[in-house]
Design a protein around this ligand. Structure first.
Ligand code: MG
Length: 253
């Protein structure tokens, strides 16, 4: 379950490239774009500018390079020409990128135009929850410490954590061991060791945590129609703590 230094260097390179994809999205005015247009823009950038492979395309029969999850969509939203982003929407873009055989995975929820204070707070709290989880990563800590930190922050702010989807080990394959739950008890689960690489990607709902999958077989929505947000980074356990492989320049302020 641990990676060698050579593999870690390759994963860091994939992570750096993927961070630059989010840099592109950060510079893009999303209002008025369809989620399919965003998908096409990202695909061109990954393939032509970065000379990398969009790892989601073709994986599990999926036809796009990203998932676009708008408002009450929890995850796995499918880009569409008819889905045009409007001021007030929140949208998560979840993207994977493979370079030299190694895959990085990251997602970010964007505020489109003028967003309600309630939606803004959900998005901000979800990002904070991800950071709480990342800060729990160090050699000797346990997986349960990560989930506990995330869920505690969500609950303190009145939000629920989706249980059906979790973070995952990542490397040559998009989904490897271990599963990284976004809830749990401190001091439980496997012990983290230097060289482990996995994602932390909490999904928080403003209402109840229950979800359902729509008829397309992909799109997961909140059962109660409440808003949902998500953030994700790929991280590596280092000798002294954690390295965030998909960190964007300036992200930590
Ligand atoms: Mg993931």
């Amino acid at each position: 379950m641990t990676k060698q230094p050579r593999e870690l260097a390759l994963l860091a390179e994939s992570g750096r490239l993927l961070a630059s994809v989010f840099g592109l999205l950060d510079r893009t005015a999303l209002a008025g774009m369809s989620t399919l247009q965003v998908n096409e823009m990202v695909e061109r950038f990954i393939v032509h500018d970065l000379r990398a492979r969009p790892a989601s395309k073709g994986q599990y029969g999926y036809g796009f390079v990203l998932n676009s999850s708008v408002n009450d969509v929890v995850c796995h939203g499918v880009p569409s020409q008819s889905e045009v982003l409007r001021s007030g929407d929140i949208v998560n873009f979840d993207i994977t990128l493979e370079k030299n055989g190694y895959i990085a995975d990251s997602s970010k929820t964007y505020l489109v135009g003028e967003v309600s204070p309630a939606a803004r707070k959900l998005v901000q709290t979800t990002q904070e929850a991800m950071w709480k989880g990342i800060r729990a990563v160090r050699p000797g800590a346990r997986l349960g410490d990560i989930g506990f930190a995330i869920e505690r922050h969500a609950k303190r702010n009145g939000y629920s954590v989706v249980h059906e989807y979790c973070g995952h080990g990542i490397g040559r394959k998009m989904h490897e061991e271990p599963q990284v739950l976004h809830f749990g008890k401190p001091g439980t689960g496997i012990v983290l060791r230097e060289g482990m690489v996995f994602t932390i990607e909490p999904m928080l709902n403003s209402g109840r945590r229950s979800v359902r999958t729509e008829a397309d077989g992909w799109t997961v929505v909140t059962k109660d129609g409440s808003l949902s947000a998500q953030f994700e980074h790929t991280v590596a356990v280092t000798a002294s703590g954690v390295s965030i492989l998909t960190l964007r320049p300036g992200e930590l302020g």
